[in-house]
Design a protein around this ligand. Sequence first.
Ligand code: ATP
Ligand code: MG
Ligand code: MG
Ligand code: MG
Length: 564
Amino acid sequence: MRATQFFVSTLKDAPSDAEIVSHKLMMRAGLIKKLSAGIYNYMPMGLRVIRKIEGIIRDEMNRAGAVELAMPVVQPAELWQETGRFDKMGDELLRLKDRHGRDFVLQPTAEEVVTDIVRQEIRSYRQLPKNLYQIQTKFRDERRPRFGVMRGREFTMKDAYSFHTSFDDLKREYQNMFDTYSRIFTRLGLEFRAVAADTGAIGGTGSHEFHVIAETGEDALAYCPDSDFAANVELAEALAPTTTRLAPQAALTKVHTPGAKTIDELAAFLKIPAAQTLKSVIVDGDEGIPVLLLLRGDHELNEVKAGKLAGVLSPLRFSTPATIEQAFGAAPGSLGPVGYKGRVYIDRSAAVLSDVVIGANENDYHFTGANIGRDFPEPAVADIRNAVAGDPSPDGKGKLEICRGIEVGHIFQLRTRYSEAMGCKFIGEDGKEQVMEMGCYGVGVTRIMGAAIEQNFDERGIIWPDSIAPFTVVLCPMGWSRSEAVRDTANKLYSELQALGIDVLLDDRDERPGAMFADWELIGVPHRVVIGDRGLKENVLEYQGRRDAEATKVPVNEIASFVK
Ligand code: ATP
Ligand code: MG
Ligand code: MG
Ligand code: MG
């Protein structure tokens, strides 16, 4: 590619709404251009990065035996009604109507559509397993779109869905995808960590997130340096014994609440409105392990909290913004938190609430009037980050450490949540009809572009890993219009490198060296070759890697080996 043909558009300053390094640099390097909140043009330079990321993902998915297809961005609401998500999903799901008044959604993900395809196309165990994936536009009406394409509203995701005759086979494919994701992020040249993300027991966890390690990451991760324990912090906290064993410290009012299995029933027993109960409610224990589930008082959970909450309350995936009611509604049979066995969710903001209803850790009883801090040990409401750092690792093999990460991938054992609801069945070897087991596997393609920058930059700009750089090498001729020798050498080198399959850009804009170098350093091209009259007299060029402090003189005919 020649720079004059291409589209190079750099900025001296980042727009004021860019908060973090990757967003600023992406804007300044002309990779993306904002159209609306969380909605960006992928400019030619940025699109080259995205295509390379997609290429690696596609390559590894194909190698793993997955099959590519593409599903529509605009999807009929009927399918989403079948699984109940049309109503339950909350505002992250963008709903629209066509000219006939029919409801549609913009896909935030595609479980419904892929399950609909498979239930029509696959009848027999002989056609299973299948893993279908797409690399497609997604839309989520995020409450707080920010950080450029890292948390966009429109973004590109690779989403894969696998279908199986048995749970064992799902687990096999899950491991296959786990390994595939590890290969993908290794090839992308990123430092990453896979963490357990389910509330299930360690060892048999049904969900993992892949995080790019970065200080600016929105998520906290807990891991044990002395073992292979690694979990997102919600899970680590749920598993860490020190944060779960809470006991009431003071005499509280114990109320008999026989048979109260829902929030409404509980509220009825306590003679308080359900809405008020929901503000500060909390919940029940199981055998010996008290459970304290605190909710924000503002009646709204942000999506992360809703996700955590639903993870606690049900095996369902629930990853959209939701009101508390919606989150509870996501639990099967609307069992709600009452009577739920097990885990902890702690939110500091709840510490200020008083008169909390809590589980009495005894069947059919609740305490009212609990005051967090007074009746429960303070560590229970400590900041999540501090609550687990230094805690014993749940596997007992050492202490936990905390780091921050950017979620770039998520794999999940869906089991029969969607296949059951949508009647996605097959005839087994024994001739009997059975519901398929399912898994789903997502990668945030456009988010990776930002995450990679968060990990690789300096004061001059981006430093792309070779594997995803928009161009691998840039040729910078000094005096393009002035020197025929420079032009000839540059053109020749350009053709040679192209013939070798190297992604090369020739900067024929006739810019001053300072401006030219600044552009390519900002854009982050990993290899630069300067062609100048002085060097050519000695038959040398100047090579400089993006991380090198100085240039190296390299004989003209050896340059290819430097940039490969
Ligand atoms: P987050 O916790 O960051 O909101 P999520 O858990 O809601 O992400 P998933 O439903 O697991 O996201 O989707 C799979 C992947 O899609 C995520 O791991 C992430 O890389 C990417 N992704 C999700 N939301 C966005 C977004 N708003 N912008 C860009 N990428 C996203
Ligand atoms: Mg989300
Ligand atoms: Mg998440
Ligand atoms: Mg996720």
